[in-house]
Design a protein around this ligand. Structure first.
Ligand code: SF4
Length: 181
């Protein structure tokens, strides 16, 4: 029987949710008996592949690049899981939402930068930096999400439960396994 395909990515997140995913310990063996991880920071794929069964997405949607990756993952995956409070609610990244983007960037890159003799004046970078969206959004504001797994980060047991249920073709009922923060 063909194995299922899992893709993971982090958008505007701290990687803590992926650390929790790694904390499945021996549970990861049971997952990998049924599925291959075909995209994400743990593998070397350059592009989100077609035909993914479960997309696990950490982080809020904060930049044009986040939005693009979230949309590609949605189109190429059967089930999308929002992993962690940043993906579920916006959480930490959304703390910037009351500040206009331009003001925020100047505060960080100009006012907050230290000018050193012999270096260029600090400025807002434009090359190689993805453009910020006006607001950091929870994942469901950008794409359809099938399963929400809150927590900052979510408990490994909750992640294992969700993956196991999905790989068995069942809709996970997190019930008492839910926690925020
Ligand atoms: S939910 Fe918490 S652990 Fe996960 S990316 Fe956000 S801040 Fe990090």
């Amino acid at each position: 029987m063909d194995k299922a395909k899992i893709g993971t990515c982090w958008l505007d997140g701290c990687s803590g949710c992926h650390m929790s995913l790694l904390d499945l310990d021996e549970g990861i063996v049971a997952v990998l008996e049924k599925a291959d991880i075909v995209f994400g920071p743990l593998v070397d794929a350059q592009e989100w592949p077609e035909g993914v069964d479960v997309a696990v997405i950490e982080g809020a949607v904060s930049s044009q690049d986040d939005l693009k990756l979230a949309k590609i993952a949605r189109v190429r995956s059967k089930v999308v899981v929002a992993l962690g409070d940043c993906a579920v609610t916006g959480n930490v990244p959304s703390m910037r939402n009351g500040i206009p983007t331009r003001k925020l960037l100047e505060r960080v890159y100009v006012e907050g930068a230290t000018e050193r003799p012999g270096t260029e004046r600090p400025g807002v970078p434009t090359d190689g930096v993805p453009a910020l969206l006006k607001q950091a959004q929870p994942l469901h504001s950008a794409i359809k999400v099938d399963v929400h797994v809150p927590g900052c980060p979510p408990k490994p047991s909750a992640i294992l439960f969700v993956l196991s249920e999905l790989l068995e073709g069942r809709e996970p009922d997190l019930g008492s396994k839910l926690r925020f923060g």
